[in-house]
Design a protein around this ligand. Sequence first.
Ligand code: GNR
Ligand code: NI
Length: 169
Amino acid sequence: MAKLDILEFPDPRLRKIGEKVEKIDGEIKKLIEDMAETMYAADGCGLAATQVDVQKRIFIMDFSQDQNELEVFINPELTPLCEEPSEFPEGCLSVPGFFENLHRPNRVLVKALGRDGNPFEKEYEGLLAVCVQHENDHLDGKLFVDQLTKLKRDRIRKKLEKEHRLTNK
Ligand code: GNR
Ligand code: NI
């Protein structure tokens, strides 16, 4: 396994659109292992392939205490089930140190392929529903900061750009 580098806003590679996975081969399985190691090392509860510079429609999540309930989503399709908005402070490993409240549907149905390639359907609610939507947005090149005011987004961008200069990222 290998820990991968996580791209950070405003890196333009975070804007690339993921391509559908045609075949779950050894390369995809290795990518999923590496993404899991990367997510756990960063203490995140989700990670999209886009964040590690791979343009494929794959994301993973793990909301367990012990980091032992990995969920894998390949070629996911989301259907919002409940238009009543829910509010959770949202963060992103690609926008480290910033948390903001967004409005998103509180319940969502996900259809995807699991790591074995078998299709499944599952409903998510609350913070998990937020996370699924957050990860799926990454596959379309979208970030949570896109939903903030330009003023807030520019402030975050400037702070991160300064940090990147200091750390040579
Ligand atoms: O680790 C993460 N936590 C989180 C908290 C609230 C809403 C969304 C998230 S996803 C984030 C990891 C990440 O950046 N995934 O893309
Ligand atoms: Ni994110």
